[in-house]
Design a protein around this ligand. Structure first.
Ligand SMILES: [Zn+2]
Length: 170
């Protein structure tokens, strides 16, 4: 049986090159993605691997490429479609609008040992490219999906939950 630790970079683990968790990831280059099949194949491999991990561990709601060792701005999130669970992939997501209200939530992370109390926007709107390379708006995201996306967007910016912990004066 594989463990979740066998897939995720562990923050502050001297055996891991965990600096990847504290650096801004690189954009997926959409021009190359659309025009260069060799580049696209590499990105496909990364998202296939991300999907395997998400499906293997039911406790995961989302995943970002840097946390499994690939410094790209790629996020995968589980979505319920009817009775089926699907994984949606987002390239280069950015928050373009957000609520004034923030909620305090407890967050955990497959790359961090301890839980943390963090502030999350009540709702967000994001912009990203889909796996066809098309620019998309995703407005008014709320609830668990919003919290998961904020967590993963922080990862691609090099921020982990311990950087945000409100109980540690942040
Ligand atoms: Zn995380």
């Amino acid at each position: 049986m594989s463990k979740i630790k066998d897939y995720f970079i562990q923050d502050n683990d001297p055996e891991d090159d965990y600096q990847i968790l504290h650096q801004e990831a690189a954009n997926v280059n959409i021009r190359l993605y659309l025009n260069n099949s060799d580049y696209r194949r590499i990105i496909y491999h990364v998202i296939t691997y991300m999907e395997i991990i998400l499906k293997r561990f039911p406790e995961l709601s989302g995943i970002s490429a840097p946390t499994i060792g690939f410094p790209f701005k790629i996020i995968g999130i589980k979505e319920i479609k009817g009775i089926k669970e699907e994984v949606k992939f987002l390239f280069n997501p950015v928050i373009t609008n957000k609520s004034n209200i923030k909620n305090r939530v407890q967050s955990n992370c497959a790359s961090v040992k301890d839980k943390a109390d963090v502030q999350r926007f009540d709702w967000i709107t994001i912009e990203f490219h889909n796996t066809k390379g098309q620019k998309q708006q995703w407005p008014d995201i709320r609830g668990k999906t919003s919290n998961v996306l904020q967590h993963e967007i922080h990862h691609i910016e090099g921020i982990v939950i311990t950087d945000l912990d409100t109980t540690k004066g942040k």
